[in-house]
Design a protein around this ligand. Structure first.
Ligand SMILES: *Cc1c(COP(=O)(O)O)cnc(C)c1O
Length: 410
């Protein structure tokens, strides 16, 4: 018999969302009449928009003809027109088309990226964080040589991001030559790093030989013009950062699957060789390119009509977030000192229930409101006492959830 890859022995028990699903199903089985509403998982709910849908439908029809058919792309990095449009429309020329690597999604690229650095690299993550940074690092054998404790993986540096530090970490805890995962706008906290904060991060990385993996999957939700949508808006980032982004949240492509990664030419390993070359090798080895249908959709999403549609879609979810925020600032919440965070530039609200445990609040909100949320502790030790409310939902469901929350006895 063949042994399991020993790296898997070091994984902490249970991925967060399966555990939430388990509790939801158990509750539904015991209370068949409860009309459960989910403000939990960050999955999009609104339909694809007309212009983007039409472009994909046309492309599919073309595939059914001799002239319109195509198989593998010439390069796993994506169709040249899409790479050019991403560079031009989303980066205003701050990156060039040959630095854009089109993918089947941001999460998939976070997984592939980890192979670039192997099992010996040190890892630092914001705490709380999107689970794939930590679990993916452990699976490749990096930073998971010591089994996890309740406080997290002993070999991973957790950088607490709390209201007390304006959700920006104390970087002095990061070891030199680390891979630093940084997500802004942040899932789960909704916090967006300012330009000055990102400059501090980039300066730290350059001084200490670190590489930043910058996850900007929610950049399209930024409405405050002073906040950077890309780390490449910051001086020096081209020497120390990789940026990962996706059409999942702005265009509802969570099921269609399309994303991209920017690897700048200036980014180098310790031996002076460019990071781009092995990245190209990885994607040409393991990944034969994103779906050509999805790429046709991405191309349409970045023409003026598509950009307008993505704006409306993200506005819709931001309005949901504003509605939920008002409910969470109601009398019953305020009276018990509940703190609501979320600045209007992300589809999440991050809510602290002082003195309570995240999973206890999750169970109470499910039990009393029949609303599914996400317990903050599932994103890392600093998430304890917080609950994440997601704004992905149909308007009527969000409004009904808010009516129920207004009656929650805290
Ligand atoms: C949703 C999300 C993504 C997107 O992942 P895809 O694989 O592109 O669907 C990436 N990062 C974060 C933090 C997310 O919440």
């Amino acid at each position: 018999m063949i042994a399991r890859n020993p790296a898997f022995d070091n994984l902490a028990a249970g991925y967060l969302f399966p555990e939430i699903g388990k509790r939801r199903r158990a509750y539904a089985a015991a209370h068949p009449d409860a009309a459960i509403i989910s403000l939990g998982i960050g999955n999009t709910t609104e339909p694809l928009t007309p212009h983007i849908t039409a472009a994909m439908a046309d492309y599919v029809r073309g595939l059914g003809t001799a002239e319109g058919y195509s198989g593998y792309g010439d390069d796993s990095a994506g169709e040249p027109p899409l790479r050019e449009r991403i560079a031009a429309v989303l980066y205003d020329g701050l990156v060039s088309a040959d630095e854009v690597f089109v993918s089947d999604g941001a999460k998939c690229d976070v997984g592939r990226i980890q192979q670039l650095f192997g099992s010996q690299v040190s890892v630092a993550v914001q705490d709380p964080a999107y689970p794939v940074y930590v679990d993916g690092s452990v699976m490749v054998g990096a930073a998971g040589k010591t089994p996890a404790t309740a406080a997290g993986y002993q070999d991973i540096v957790y950088m607490p991001c709390l209201p007390e530090n304006d959700f920006f970490p104390d970087l002095s805890v990061v070891k030199p030559d680390s891979l630093i995962y940084f997500c802004s706008p942040n899932n789960p906290t909704g916090a967006v790093a300012t330009r000055a904060q990102l400059q501090q991060l980039v300066d730290f990385a350059r001084k200490n030989g670190c590489i930043i993996i910058f996850d900007s999957a929610y950049s399209a939700f930024i409405r405050d013009e002073s906040l950077p949508k890309s780390i490449f808006q910051v001086e020096g980032a081209r020497e120390c950062a990789i940026e990962i982004n996706s059409f999942s949240k702005p265009a509802g492509f969570t099921g269609v699957r399309l994303g991209w990664t920017i690897v700048p030419k200036e980014l180098k390993f310790a031996d002076g060789t460019p990071v781009q070359a092995p990245w190209s090798r990885i994607i040409n080895t393991f990944f034969n390119g994103a779906s050509n249908i999805a790429q046709a959709g991405g191309l349409a999403a970045l023409d003026p009509e598509g950009v307008q549609e993505m704006r409306q879609l993200t506005d819709f979810y931001l309005e949901n977030a504003a509605i939920i925020k008002r409910a969470l600032e109601g009398e019953n919440f305020r009276a018990t000192g509940v703190e609501v965070y979320g600045q209007g530039n992300a589809p999440y609200l991050w809510v602290r229930f002082p003195g309570r445990k995240s999973w206890d609040m999750f169970d109470r909100i499910l039990d009393e409101c029949h609303v599914v949320t996400t317990p903050g502790s599932g994103f890392g030790p600093a998430g304890e006492s917080f609950i994440r409310f997601s704004s992905f939902g149909h308007r009527a469901a969000v409004e009904e959830a808010c009516r129920r929350l207004a009656n929650l006895k805290l």
